[in-house]
Ligand binder design. Structure first.
Ligand code: ATP
Ligand code: PAF
Ligand code: BAL
Length: 281
């Protein structure tokens, strides 16, 4: 496995990869969720390229950019174990040599909703760096987690709308045995906060169960709200919504997605689950 930190080194390493290349983009602090993405890439592409970059552009002024966990040595071990060929871990200057870019990718109206409402500019930052990393790594396949479902949806839209020559593949969310979605930010949680964080997956599970019992969208959503309220105290709801699986506006029917975001202490967590509503008669 080769570690490269400059665009020039990356270009050389990329030129040496013959066959198909799968990319896994990360902000480091790798966990079993990332490893699952790496394994999916290993299985479906001839070569695996991992990027590790904590992208300042997607953090708001009062967010956790400075304290975001940076664990490069351990991350490289995970990448090696998962069979990555190349790891690109650039500095901020390497990605943004002229300072922060003035031209950014516009995520459209969905970029201002849900995550975008609480994190203004977040998706401009995400899509801009993802597009840049696509250009630098030139992958055939790109793997993103469903845990960040709105991000995955917007990356698919960008690829389609801007004609980026890459196939985007979504990987289902990896969870702890008790249901908590793995996330690098789980490291911030104290023990009582970790218990309160279970309210997110608990709410989604309650919604999914109501849907399995044939309940309509309104009942599914209120079951999820009730379960959230009944969880260990300490989680503050940001949003809990039931939407179309492509996050398109309009009535929901059949396949749908339940999405949640909540604050647990000073940590903001997100989660989501696929839901199948009985067709309305
Ligand atoms: N539990 C998970 N299951 C599947 N994929 C995941 C999971 N957690 C993260 N990913 C995916 O890994 C990729 C890199 O994500 P990132 O490095 O931001 O990790 P993260 O755990 O989501 O971090 P954060 O806590 O900052 O949200 C993204 O495509 C993300 O969706
Ligand atoms: C896609 C990504 C690597 C862009 O910085 C980031 O948003 C993430 O880790 O999900
Ligand atoms: N996991 C998505 C990146 C972020 O929350 O900043």
């Amino acid at each position: 496995m080769e570690l490269v930190t400059t665009r020039e080194e990356l270009a050389k390493a990329r030129a040496g990869l013959t066959g198909t290349v799968g990319v896994v983009m990360t902000m480091g602090a790798l966990h079993e969720g990332h490893e699952t993405l790496l394994r999916a890439a290993r299985e479906q592409a001839d070569h695996v390229l991992v990027t590790i970059f904590v992208n300042p552009l997607q953090f708001g002024p009062n967010e956790d950019f400075d304290r975001y966990p940076r664990t490069l040595a351990a991350d490289l071990e995970v990448c090696r174990r998962a069979g990555a060929d190349v790891v690109f871990a650039p500095s901020r200057e390497e990605i943004y040599p002229g300072g922060e870019p003035r031209v950014r990718v516009d995520p459209g109206s969905l970029g201002a909703e849900l995550e975008g409402q609480s994190r203004p500019g977040f998706f401009h930052g995400v899509l801009t760096v993802v597009l840049k990393l696509f250009q630098l790594t030139r992958p055939d396949l790109a793997f993103f987690g469903e845990k960040d479902y709105q991000q995955l949806t917007l990356i698919r839209r960008m690829v389609r709308d801007l004609g980026v020559p890459v196939q985007v593949l979504g990987v289902p969310t990896v969870r702890e045995p008790d249901g908590l979605a793995l996330s690098s930010r789980n490291r911030y949680l104290s023990e009582p906060e970790r218990a309160a964080a279970l309210s997110l997956s608990g709410a989604l599970r309650a919604g999914a169960e109501a849907a399995e019992q044939g309940r309509d969208a309104g009942v599914v959503l209120s079951a999820a709200h009730q379960a959230f309220g009944a969880g260990t105290p300490g989680a503050q709801l940001d949003y809990l919504v039931l939407t179309d699986p492509d996050l398109e506006p309009g009535p929901v029917d059949g396949p749908a997605r339940l999405l949640i975001a909540a604050w647990v202490g000073s940590t903001r967590l997100i989660d989501n689950m696929p839901i199948r509503l009985a067709p309305r008669s």
